[in-house]
Write a protein that binds this ligand. Structure first.
Ligand SMILES: Cc1cc2nc3c(=O)[nH]c(=O)nc-3n(C[C@H](O)[C@H](O)[C@H](O)COP(=O)(O)OP(=O)(O)OC[C@H]3O[C@@H](n4cnc5c(N)ncnc54)[C@H](O)[C@@H]3O)c2cc1C
Length: 493
């Protein structure tokens, strides 16, 4: 069902999952959309890159809530991108994620019931605490599954409870430090440390992966292409290598976009699917209140990450059918937790190892003004040092992997340049307890016709970003989108 509303032009800036979702959604409802991307290839963080024939992922290692009827499944169905995406479920062997905490191992299973069982068996003396925790996670799973946010029902938050920091909550109900760590691991997937992560964000992220967890078979590049194909099929145009630099305005309304190349496009609707600070920079000086500018510029970022990509011959180690988190018991803020994934790649007899660990921008700042690809030998040496450490980290868990072949290391500087993410933040602006009010309406701007979507707007991750983009466009498109959503998926009272 395609509803033709306006014969109106729209420009979407940025072609990550946020931009693709926005562009496809607008095109579905009759807008004539141009999607502009500064990089040579569309796809943003979801695309990844290739090194020596290996597909290296950047921003999709696993996806939650993608089982039939589940929230991400419904969103992909709505966008019309589901048929092309090939997926493999995690947790088939009973484990989705394996957490190593020194000598203690906890397996995160697929499914809320299995999760309850595993927790109760691993922490027999903390049954009361676990009951309280499960109540919140189950509630979040139900709230997420209903997708109230897209079905026209209002979302209600209990400011006192939902925005309480998860670590504080777990301490208040007397969880042991080990249980707190196990429960907090998931905060790494939204880039907010447990003492700053609101209870609602933590429980929603955890619930989404417990509902079901998936890896895409093939690569993120394929997913980016599927989105691009779908968008073109709906009549959309993609222009790459075009960096938006300024909005064209008249009377505080958007009229179009000027690009670095000098190209200009006209449209009364512009959606910036980029970091809010990059979107802010598009607004000409003097066209918004200085307080608005200061408020956005002062927002705290999520930390950067460093990521090793290495080829591992099948003879050294086979693929691991779950994700691994390696944690230090003494490190409650999880700042040196590492995420390890060893999965099949397109290359016969080889698997690809990815190890990701938090890494602050400050550590890399000294090289910030050199161009990507031309950074000096010291930067390369620092990256090699990280590669050694991250490989060592994975060897503690996987064993020697003697013939590992380091393919690449990316740093916060890479993310800054690849995705225009200020300070190389991996998950955009931090949706912390402290910033709850300041992050509440990042999609809105003081410029008529100019909207912001992307991972900072509702929640990071493929689910949070695509959900946020559709939600932002609902009032722009009007009741037709809600009608279509309801016709497809309910709400089921
Ligand atoms: C290392 C890492 C691992 C992750 N792992 C997972 C995971 O396993 N599962 C999961 O769900 N999520 C994961 N995420 C998060 C997820 O990838 C992001 O939340 C999501 O991809 C963000 O999409 P986006 O559209 O907001 O931004 P992006 O994908 O960054 O897209 C923004 C696009 O805008 C373009 N752009 C910026 N400025 C301009 C301009 N001025 N003009 C034109 N174009 C511009 C950029 O080039 C980029 O292509 C991970 C993120 C990172 C960094």
């Amino acid at each position: 069902m395609v509803t033709q509303i306006p014969d109106q032009k729209a420009i979407v800036i940025g072609s990550g999952i946020g931009g693709m979702t926005a562009a496809i959604t607008l095109a579905k409802f009759g807008y004539r959309v141009t999607l502009a991307e500064k990089n040579p290839l569309a796809g943003g963080l979801m695309r990844g890159y290739t090194r020596r024939g290996f597909d290296c992922e950047v921003g999709i290692h696993y996806l939650g809530a993608l089982g039939p009827g589940q929230p991400l499944h419904r969103i992909f169905e709505f966008l019309g991108i589901l048929p092309g995406i090939s997926l493999e479920p995690l947790g088939a062997g009973g484990v989705t994620d394996r957490y190593y905490l020194d000598d203690f191992v906890f397996d995160l299973p697929a499914g809320l019931e299995a999760f309850a069982e595993h927790l109760r068996a691993a922490f027999p003396s903390e049954q009361k605490q676990i009951t309280e925790v499960l109540e919140i996670v189950n509630l979040s799973a139900a709230r997420l599954s209903s997708l109230d946010v897209l079905s026209g029902r209002s979302m209600t938050f209990d400011l006192k409870k939902d925005f309480h920091p998860v670590n504080g909550f777990l301490k208040e109900i007397n969880c042991s430090s080990r249980l707190r760590q196990v429960l907090s691991v998931i905060t790494a997937s939204v880039g907010v440390p447990p003492d700053k992560c609101p209870l609602y964000l933590w429980s929603t992220a955890l619930a989404s992966y417990l509902l079901s967890s998936w890896r895409i078979s093939g690569s993120g590049a394929r997913m980016a292409e599927i989105c691009a194909e779908r968008f073109r099929e709906l009549g959309g145009t993609i222009i790459t290598g075009e960096e938006a630099v300024k909005l064209k305005l008249a009377d505080k309304s958007v009229k179009g976009v000027t690009f670095k190349s000098g190209r200009e496009l006209q449209a009364p609707l512009v959606v910036a699917a980029v970091h809010p600070k990059i979107a802010l920079a598009l607004i000409p000086e003097g066209s918004c209140l200085p307080e608005y500018r200061r408020r956005i510029q002062a927002l705290e970022e999520t930390p950067g990450v460093v990521c090793l990509q290495a080829g591992i011959p099948e003879s050294d180690h086979g693929p691991v059918p779950y994700n691994i988190y390696n944690l230090r018991v003494e490190n409650e803020d999880l700042s040196d937790a590492s995420f390890i994934q060893l999965k099949r790649t397109g290359k016969p007899d080889w698997n690809i190892l990815t190890v990701i660990r938090r890494s602050d921008f400050q550590q890399w700042k000294q090289w910030e003004n050199t161009f990507s690809g031309h950074r000096d030998g010291e930067y390369e040496a620092a990256k090699n040092n990280e590669a050694r450490q991250l490989l060592e980290e994975s060897r503690k868990i996987l064993g020697p992997c003697e013939n590992a072949r380091v393919l690449d290391v990316f740093t916060p500087l890479t993310l800054r340049d690849l995705a225009s993410s200020p300070e190389g933040s991996a998950y955009g602006i931090m949706r912390s307890v402290k910033q709850k009010f300041r992050t509440a309406a990042l999609h809105r701007t003081p410029i008529k016709g100019f909207h912001v979507v992307g991972q900072s707007v509702m929640a990071p991750g493929i689910l949070g970003t695509s959900l946020g983009a559709i939600r932002t466009l609902m009032p722009v498109i009007g009741p037709e989108i809600l009608d279509q959503w309801r016709a497809l998926f309910g709400p089921k009272e």
